[in-house]
Design a protein around this ligand. Sequence first.
Ligand SMILES: Cc1cc2nc3c(=O)[nH]c(=O)nc-3n(C[C@H](O)[C@H](O)[C@H](O)COP(=O)(O)OP(=O)(O)OC[C@H]3O[C@@H](n4cnc5c(N)ncnc54)[C@H](O)[C@@H]3O)c2cc1C
Length: 342
Amino acid sequence: MRAFALDRAGSSVEALGLGGASVSADAHVRSPVQYLAGGTTLFDLMKLQVMHPERLVDISGLRAEHGRIADLEDGLWLGALVRMSEAESNPSVARDYPAIRDALWQAASPQLRNMATLGGNVLQRTRCNYFRDISYHACNKRDPGTGCAAMEGCNRRLAVLGTSTACIANYPGDFAIALVALGAEVNLLSVDGRERVLPFEDLHRLPGETPHIETNLARGDLITGFTVPAGAWTRRSRYVKVRDRASYDFALASAAVALDLDGDTVRAVRIGLGGIAAKPWRAHQAEAMLVGRRLDEASARDAAEIALAGAVPHGEAAFKIELGRRTLVRALLETRTMELPA
Ligand SMILES: Cc1cc2nc3c(=O)[nH]c(=O)nc-3n(C[C@H](O)[C@H](O)[C@H](O)COP(=O)(O)OP(=O)(O)OC[C@H]3O[C@@H](n4cnc5c(N)ncnc54)[C@H](O)[C@@H]3O)c2cc1C
């Protein structure tokens, strides 16, 4: 690990002043200044020499400003510095937004969730081995223009949706899949002090020709939190995660589903897919097809076919197309019959 300077921010204004000049809008990899929250992604990647910032701006002291969970009149507020473990054990989250709780408690380990923040979580980076191991030369995400070793390599865990000829890395996180399904927004502070709100679905970018540009954050943007709108579907929501081992593992495929039912008929549905896509994936077309239909195995399977219709198989990852479909079918059927929290 290389030497770096550490600043502790006492306020958001101070953080933006310290970080804003050079926190890169595009490539975290090459940015010389990084915000430091829980450090569970950042220090990992610094030790691997994938990220080598010269300066860290520690924002963990801003919990009074951005570490709150609050019930809003029309939704839920999750501060960016809330720890994953705090959100997963919050009674409002568990009762009214169970997909969020499910996504959090199935992530990482209890120790990591006690350190990791929600803001840092959504900005975690791919677990593609060719990205994380600098002894591989070819990684367009790490070093633009070098190629993609994963294309012909060990790519079993990588993406089948949203990939490009430059990159087939998948987005690995869980919480973001619940957020994208529930139509959340991400709240930002710009370096000029302006507050901005983005649909969460627009936070991450598809790789295209520029896989090193992972988000639509502007230079120095600080994530302050997330707003999750309450809907008739949020209480009947669930996150299903399929992985190689039952705990402490990233998703091979996952699905977040939120349902509003009239008997067995779908009034409204929200679907997010994870593990199989280049970014947190919302399955809008599958949702539209289900509205007004009776939710059963046949319609769930139809929805899954639509959701994965654009999937492109890459080597060992081809099995993820069918796995993704089955994960969504399971999530839809389990959400239909789930017991609603009291
Ligand atoms: C062994 C292991 C297993 C894991 N398993 C899972 C899993 O199964 N599922 C899952 O979802 N995750 C998993 N993770 C990822 C883990 O959840 C993330 O590392 C963690 O949530 C990141 O949060 P952090 O606060 O530590 O972020 P940090 O490491 O502090 O920051 C991560 C990035 O976000 C930026 N950042 C942080 N906060 C802000 C902010 N407020 N505004 C702007 N930029 C910010 C930082 O500059 C940095 O680039 C695992 C991690 C490890 C190490």
